[in-house]
Design a protein around this ligand. Structure first.
Ligand code: UGA
Length: 436
């Protein structure tokens, strides 16, 4: 099938290459010339394990192309909308500018029989609005909503092997189900669960899922606050409650909390939309989820001050990690960079390192100092903070690493280090929600 993908960021680029892997002929369209140029040259414009190989193999089939010209999407039967929906500046609501622009450009190329499929995370009601627009302007076209649940760092696997498919369709949308089943034929054949539903439910599945994940993280971080007050140990607590498979251990890692381009802005946009719909009370708990999350960053800075004998002024602090999570170069709403900047504001001499996110960080946070390796960051440091748990930091040898620092003090912001090994190597080990 010939398919277009509008928006070639994280979601769109991975989706386009994956659709080729699933047997289709795909054109990816984006207004960003730099991005399209890189993709045409088989260069991934972002860090994502496995994506470079998938891009190269998909381009090699001759069934994948990229363009900045929407005309290239003409002739496709299915058009995926994969543009970003960031948080509006100074507001909680999502900015739908890019969705609107993508829809308007698609109006120039769609024909009767085509299906426009939204994948972006949008406020409830967006799909219905677009459906009205498309069917009025180009009769015979239809709109479906098919949310995406990929995680950065696992984007290729999550796209090719999703744990469920969700199709939001209009009332008379049986034909669309058939078309989407054809798009995902190889995935459908594996018998994975499929939920066919209305637009509103499909849109909400995504925001509800992300809100649940954010709530789970903030729940365990609230428990970490209590552990700090009581002398308990949040890691053992999470293990113990996680053995109950109604609760489960996943997403119960206490630490610096969630960041990135999805969870923080999705819970805020969900609250904003609930307010517009007169249902804000139903989501007031998400404000607390957000507050708990932001408090962890402040607590991390306090902890750093505590271990640095009560003052950060002039103290040399190494920050390991800048990305919002490991295996990503994404620094959107990164807890690590937020903490690094706060430390600097309190007078610390901060050196930040990250295996993949230094270039992005330098662009967005030019006031911070960046170095290439953990050893350089830690040279003569008074304290080392692990803020993004990249494997290479988790596997640091505390004995050898201890040789470069001035003071063996480590703050584990992700509860990811082997406390006993670091303590045995003479380090003062502190972590959020854990006993001294
Ligand atoms: C998230 C969801 O997990 C995906 O299912 C969803 O498709 C995606 O958003 C999206 O909306 O597009 P992602 O933002 O890539 O994916 O990252 P996660 O793996 O969910 O991690 C989010 C944040 O939570 C990270 O900062 C991570 O460090 C933090 N986290 C995660 C914790 O603090 N504790 C945990 O136990 C798990």
């Amino acid at each position: 099938m010939r398919i277009s993908v509008i928006g070639c960021g994280y979601l769109g680029a991975v989706h386009a290459a994956s659709l080729v892997e699933l047997g289709h002929e795909v054109v990816g369209v984006d207004v960003d010339e730099r991005k399209i140029h890189a993709l045409c040259q088989a260069r991934a414009p972002f860090y994502e394990p496995g994506f470079g190989d998938l891009l190269r193999s998909s381009l090699a089939t001759g069934r994948l192309s990229f363009s900045t010209d929407i005309a290239a999407a003409a002739g496709a039967r299915v058009h995926f909308v994969c543009v970003g929906t960031p948080q509006k500046h100074g507001e909680y609501a999502a900015d739908l500018r890019f969705v609107q622009a993508a829809a308007e450009s698609l109006l120039l190329v769609v024909e009767a029989g085509d299906v426009v499929v939204g994948k972006s995370t949008v406020p409830v009601g967006t799909a219905a609005g677009l459906a009205t627009m498309f069917t009025e302007k180009v009769p015979g076209t239809s709109v479906a909503w098919n949310p995406e649940f990929l995680r950065e760092g696992f984007a290729v696997r999550d796209t090719l092997y999703p744990d469920r498919l969700v199709y939001g369709i209009p009332e008379d949308g049986e034909r669309i189900v058939g078309i989407l089943d054809e798009v995902y034929a190889r995935i459908v054949a594996r018998g994975i669960p499929k939920v066919v539903t209305d637009y509103a439910t499909a849109e909400m599945v995504k925001t509800a899922a992300n809100s649940f994940l954010a709530t789970k993280i903030s729940f365990i971080n609230a428990m970490a606050e209590l552990c700090e007050a009581t002398g308990g140990d949040v890691k053992q607590l999470a293990d113990a409650i996680g053995y109950d498979d109604r609760i489960g251990r996943k997403f119960l890692n206490a630490g610096l909390g969630f960041g990135g381009g999805c969870l923080p802005k999705d819970i805020r946009a969900f609250m904003a939309r609930a307010g517009e719909l007169g249902a804000d009370q139903a989501l007031t708990f998400l404000r607390e989820v957000d507050n708990i999350n932001m408090r962890r960053r402040i607590r991390m800075v306090e902890l750093a001050r505590e271990v640095c004998d009560g003052s950060l002024l002039g103290k040399r602090v190494a920050v390991l990690g800048a990305a919002f999570k490991p295996d990503s170069d994404d620094i959107r709403d990164s807890p690590a960079l937020n903490v690094a900047a706060q430390l600097q504001l309190q007078g610390a001499v901060v050196r930040v390192t990250d295996p993949a996110a230094v270039d992005n960080s330098r662009r967005e946070w030019p006031q911070l100092d960046y170095v290439a390796t953990a050893e350089e960051a830690a040279e003569r440091a008074d304290a080392v903070l692990l803020l993004t748990e990249w494997r290479e930091y988790r596997e640091l040898d505390p004995v050898a690493f201890g040789e470069v620092v001035a003071q063996r003090r480590v703050l584990d912001g992700r509860n990811a280090l082997d406390r006993d090994a670091w303590t045995a190597a003479g380090w003062t080990y502190r972590a959020l929600g854990r006993r001294v």
